[in-house]
Design a protein around this ligand. Structure first.
Ligand SMILES: Nc1ncnc2c1ncn2[C@@H]1O[C@H](COP(=O)(O)OP(=O)(O)OP(=O)(O)O)[C@@H](O)[C@H]1O
Ligand SMILES: [Mg+2]
Length: 248
């Protein structure tokens, strides 16, 4: 029996229920009230993941040139890589997209960065540049920050896209800078995407002689052996999509 000054909850609920039933109103549920937040409400993990995704996609849009704002990665090896990075960026390899001009390397690369943003990662910071622009900024006087500070930023940014690697004949200086960048990001376990028009390794003729340039002959063996150790290579094939579009 409750003390006279205590409210008997069970009795009060029973009276309330009886009153509601008399008036033909719905019965008050007798179990605990479900006040868990729904995915649309703060407090639910999905609500916060969606907010992070929205913010990260905004960052991605800022880093992406207008031509690739509609890029969506659809190559299975590329989407698999993006999922790996989203799950654990510290163990994901780098991604190297190779293929002739217009096969969609840059499209897939920006698309992969977007996919990672859409998962709503806890941190999302990305820098995207072509190798030629990067060398331009890293040359003495190329940036107000100075070469070492600029290279430091590229070495530390959580996600990096370095487009068109090996497109210019590498000088000893460019080779050194590229090696330091690739090696430093590898040591820091930071995922990167590289694209190149050159095959990673030389195609050979019937006598075993290398056919045409390849990443090793342009960037140097040291860089390519580093890349071989740390990258998933995806060879893009097909016709030049730019020419196809013009033909339509
Ligand atoms: N999967 C795709 N869906 C729709 N458009 C695409 C797709 N892939 C590429 N494109 C479009 O085709 C054109 C060529 O693609 P992209 O620039 O990615 O080629 P690339 O391989 O990087 O060429 P390059 O070697 O000259 O840099 C671009 O305009 C791009 O937007
Ligand atoms: Mg490209």
């Amino acid at each position: 029996m409750p003390e006279p000054h205590q409210i008997d909850n069970a009795a009060a609920m029973a009276r309330l229920r009886a009153g509601l039933q008399q008036r033909g109103l719905a019965e008050v549920p007798s179990g605990p009230v479900d006040d868990e937040p729904s995915p649309d409400e703060p407090g639910h993990p999905e609500y916060h993941r969606r907010n992070r995704a929205e913010w990260a996609v905004g960052r991605w849009e800022t880093a992406t040139p207008p031509r690739y704002l509609r890029a969506r990665a659809d190559h299975p090896d590329v989407t698999a890589w993006a999922e790996q990075v989203a799950a654990d960026p510290t163990t994901a390899p780098a991604l190297l997209l190779t293929g002739t001009t217009g096969t969609g390397k840059t499209h897939q690369a920006y698309g992969a960065l977007r996919l990672i943003a859409e998962t709503g990662p806890r941190t999302y910071e990305v820098m995207a540049t072509t190798a030629a622009d990067m060398y331009g900024r890293l040359r003495p006087g190329g940036t107000d920050r100075g070469t070492e500070a600029e290279l430091g930023r590229l070495c530390r940014v959580p996600l990096l896209l370095l487009d068109d690697l090996g497109s210019a004949k590498a000088s000893e200086w460019a080779e050194e800078i590229t090696y330091r960048l690739i090696n430093e990001r590898y040591n820091r376990c930071l995922p990167s995407i590289f694209t190149s028009n050159l095959p990673a390794r030389a195609h050979q003729d019937n006598n075993g002689r290398p056919l045409g340039p390849n990443l090793a002959s342009v960037l140097g063996e040291r860089i390519v052996s580093r890349l071989a150790e740390m990258t998933t290579v995806v060879a893009m094939t097909g016709a030049d999509r730019r020419l196809q579009r013009r033909a339509v």
